[in-house]
Each structure stands twice: as structure tokens, then as C-alpha cells.
Design a protein around this ligand. Structure first.
Ligand SMILES: [Ca+2]
Ligand SMILES: [Ca+2]
Length: 227
């Protein structure tokens, strides 16, 4: 009987643990539009039409919708970056000219080698505030994908694990850009006065809650077994 109770507790724990793994949909989303035709590079897929932001319990995602189709692979190298002011403090991180203090850079790129999906990495700012100095932040649970937003226009989605953005305020600002080796093609900044900042929950509390449920369930079953 005791063995059966333990097995039940483990099974319950596995079920509850599975419920807090990554999910594909977002709990919160916001969309921000951008002008058509204001891109500084010649190709349509470097002109941003809209930027999307979303989060769920574990991850944060940014969508970049462009004019036309994003080529995979691309003949030239293009960067799709998100500068993230994770503490929503413009005096920390890179003092970016869009007015945010970027603590992290989530950047994807396409070139002649990116056949199935863009390559994406998370970088932490390590400079003194005015120089472009970044250090790669491990795996950071990042991913990037391209999908057809409409028949004509593609969207590139980049995702990062929320726990890798520290310190993390209750709100964040960010700047999305597309660039190549020689020019900044287009950008959108979401910050105070420009549609932002946007909310983001503290990750520790959200992750801790289901864990507490699992531990409580196990303790309850063991306690009942002894009664
Ligand atoms: Ca644009
Ligand atoms: Ca900052």
C-alpha cells in the first residue's frame, strides 16, 4: 500500500511538472505597427510592418513582420535584433540612441548558411554604457522561426527564456531593428511615450507557485499514509 501511495505521488508530481513546461501560445500579447516604405535598405524584407510582443509563464517572444518574404538562405547577411531594457532603467546597460538602456540583445541573423531557420543568440551587455560590447549568455532557451503572417508578408519570431533576463523589472522597454553589415534598415522602439513599457511578470513567483503545489501534494500523500 505504501509503495502504491509513493507511485501515485510521483505520477501526480510528473503530471503537474509537465503542466509548467514550455507552451506554444502566449498569455499576453501586444502589437505595434510601423510604416510601410520607411526602410533604408532596398529589399522589402528589411522593412518592418509590425512588431509583436508576448510572454507566457516561462518565455518572452518578439515578432517582426516585414514586407514580403524572408529568404532562407539569404544571399547577404541580415540581422534581426531586439535590444531589451530588462530593468526598464535607461541609466543601465547600453545607452541606446532610441532612449532605452539595453541590458540584453536577442539577435537572429540570416545568411547563406541559414537554410531551415535563422540563427539566434542572447547577449548580455558588458560595456560601460556607450560601446557596443556584448557577451553571449549561454543557451538561454532561445529559438527563432519564420512563418507566413499573411499571403504576402512573413514574420520572424524570436523567443528567449524569461529566467535569463536579470534583473527583470515588472515592465520592460525594447527596440527592434533590422540591419545588414553596412546600414540600419528599419527599427521600432517600444518605450515610455511610444506604446511602452510593456508588462512582464516576475519569473520566480510564477515558477515557484506550481512547484509549491507539487511539494504540497507529495507531503499530503505521505502524511495521510502515516495516519
Ligand atoms: Ca517600416
Ligand atoms: Ca537598463
Amino acid at each position: 500500500m505504501r509503495k502504491a501511495k509513493v507511485l501515485t505521488a510521483v505520477t501526480l508530481a510528473l503530471i503537474l511538472t509537465a503542466s509548467i513546461t514550455v507552451i506554444a501560445s502566449w498569455d499576453y500579447t501586444r502589437d505595434f505597427s510601423d510604416s510601410l516604405g520607411d526602410g533604408k535598405c532596398a529589399l522589402g524584407f528589411t522593412d518592418i510592418l509590425a512588431v509583436g510582443y508576448g510572454f507566457n509563464v516561462t518565455h518572452v517572444g518578439f515578432n517582426i513582420t516585414v514586407t514580403g518574404n524572408i529568404p532562407l538562405p539569404s544571399e547577404a547577411t541580415y540581422f534581426y535584433g531586439v535590444l531589451i531594457d530588462s530593468d526598464n532603467d535607461s541609466s543601465t546597460g547600453l545607452e541606446h540612441w532610441t532612449g532605452i538602456g539595453a541590458d540584453y540583445l536577442l539577435e537572429a541573423y540570416i545568411d547563406g548558411t541559414t537554410v531551415s531557420s535563422p540563427v539566434v543568440k542572447l547577449y548580455k551587455y558588458v560595456g560601460g554604457g556607450s560601446t557596443w560590447d556584448w557577451e553571449e549568455a549561454g543557451s538561454a532557451e532561445v529559438s527563432a522561426s519564420v512563418y507566413a503572417k499573411t499571403v504576402l508578408n512573413d514574420t520572424l519570431e524570436v523567443v528567449v527564456g524569461k529566467n535569463y533576463l536579470t534583473p527583470l523589472a515588472g515592465e520592460i522597454s525594447f527596440t527592434v531593428y533590422i540591419s545588414n553589415d553596412t546600414a540600419r534598415c528599419d527599427y521600432v522602439s517600444v518605450k515610455p511615450g511610444s506604446g511602452g513599457p510593456v508588462p512582464i511578470p516576475e519569473p520566480a513567483l510564477l515558477v515557484a507557485a506550481p512547484v509549491i503545489v507539487v511539494v504540497s501534494a507529495i507531503l499530503l500523500l505521505f502524511t495521510r499514509d502515516r495516519l
